[in-house]
Design a binder for this molecule. Structure first.
Ligand code: FAD
Ligand code: DHB
Length: 386
């Protein structure tokens, strides 16, 4: 069997790439190792940059996003018992939108199938040949080969695409903490996201809808979920999010919980021969800056444009600049995510000097328009080719 672009991985990167290529008349096959229900319900990101919503909307994938996405114009930094609003739209002219990754994945799967797209679930890619090129995969107990012109490695951090690039250089940071995330059936206690720094650790109050809250707690990297009954989670969230003046955290039934390790990671280059890496396959950021999904979307937007030019005119110029274009943006997101993470978390090894510098930094961001603007423009996302 043969196609133009073989896409390894049916997460947001792979599905959106397939959709964008289809709009340009380019055929692809998406091979996803897990089943459809699993990829549609895996709880992850929730905050979309304006550039991400623009791409989804302009490609015809924004119908439900426009109806159900919650447009936000600011966020709150909370520390020392007080809230400090960062007015993102006033400072940048841009907005951000709360719309869960699970919903983007559901929308894209439904669209691909409605358009006659070839998305194969429970099809695990075993091997990638970047020069012939082609991929070998196993589905329903049988091993098959898919030949193609190009391979897109959109298979996340633990996939097989990155190891298929010889001579990669990798850059990484581990952090001495992880995030415990919950989804709860309770109306959010806030209209805008709250990023809280507290001596007990970082906490984030996000949301999914007017009836569903999403919250995160900094925990240690080896934390056991079993030692976090609901009551302990809510007590800890309430302590870290506490503010002077009687703000209260509403509590409700927890419907999903997980612990996510935090790391920064970049692989260079993002291309080998006819294999292109995109999204988490090439880079990981700690979630504090809400950048991972947005980077995956910008990578595949750049890749779809490059492949479109290649098929339309024969020119490989955009394919040749793909890795450098994406890495420029990825490194900006890496820096911002590292910066937000170190600004807001408690490093158990920090001494008194480091703690006071951190507090001074928080005071500065909360009180200086220049510093707040820097946070806001990175959070809302820089223009795609900037
Ligand atoms: P993935 O979503 O990992 O998809 C890769 C797919 O490839 C998977 O479906 C996997 O099953 C499949 N696969 C793997 N190996 C194979 C194989 N051998 N064969 C076939 N298929 C394979 N980002 C944001 O932008 N904003 C946020 O607010 C945000 N919050 C986050 C909160 C949490 C708790 C976490 C964990 C992440 C968050 N992120 C956020 C990051 C975001 O979820 C990821 O960056 C995003 O999922 C990357 O998409 P992807 O398609 O590149 O990779
Ligand atoms: C969400 C996750 C993030 O990492 C973040 O910075 C903001 C929001 C979320 O899941 O809603």
């Amino acid at each position: 069997m043969r196609t133009q672009v073989a896409i390894v991985g049916g997460g947001p990167a792979g599905l959106l790439l397939s959709h964008l290529l289809h709009r340009e008349g380019i055929a692809s096959v998406v091979l996803e190792g897990r089943d459809r229900a699993y990829v549609e319900h895996r709880q992850r990101a929730g905050m979309l940059e304006q550039g991400t919503t623009d791409v989804l909307r302009e490609s015809g994938a924004g119908e439900r996003l426009d109806r159900e996405g919650l447009v936000h114009h600011g966020l709150e930094l909370r520390f020392g018992g007080a809230g400090h609003r960062i007015p993102i739209t006033d400072l940048t002219g841009r907005t951000v939108t709360v719309y869960a990754q699970t919903e983007i994945v559901k929308d894209l799967v439904a669209l691909r199938l409605a358009d006659g797209g070839d998305v194969r679930f429970e099809a695990e890619v075993l091997e990638i040949d970047a020069s012939t090129p082609g991929v070998t995969y196993r589905q329903g107990g049988r091993t098959r080969t898919l030949e193609c012109d190009y391979v897109a490695g959109c298979d996340g951090f633990h996939g097989v695409a990155r190891p298929a690039v010889p001579g990669l250089r990798t850059f990484s940071r581990e952090y001495p903490f992880a995030w415990l995330g919950i989804l709860a059936d309770v109306p959010p206690s806030t209209d805008e996201l709250i990023y809280a720094h507290h001596d007990r650790g970082f906490a984030l109050h996000s949301l999914r809808s007017p009836k569903v809250s999403r919250l995160y707690l900094q925990v240690s990297p080896d934390e056991d979920l079993a030692s976090w009954p609901d009551s302990r989670i809510w007590d800890e969230l309430a302590a870290r999010l506490a503010a002077d003046g009687g703000w209260e955290l509403r509590q409700g039934p927890v419907t999903d919980r997980s612990i996510t390790p935090m790391r920064s990671f970049v692989a260079e280059p993002m291309r080998h021969d006819r294999l292109f890496l995109a999204g988490d396959a090439a880079h990981i950021v700690p979630p504090t800056g809400a950048k991972g999904l947005n980077l995956a979307v910008s990578d595949v937007t750049v890749l779809a444009r490059a492949l479109t030019e290649r098929y339309a005119s024969g020119s490989e110029a955009l394919l040749d600049s793909y890795s450098a274009t994406c890495l420029r943006r990825a490194w900006r997101a890496e820096h911002f995510s590292y910066w937000m993470t170190t600004l807001l978390h408690v490093d158990p090894s920090a001494d008194g000097f480091a703690r006071r510098l951190q507090r001074s930094h928080l005071d500065y961001v909360a009180s200086s328009q220049a510093a707040a603007t820097s946070l806001a423009e990175n959070y809302a996302g820089l223009p795609l080719d900037g």
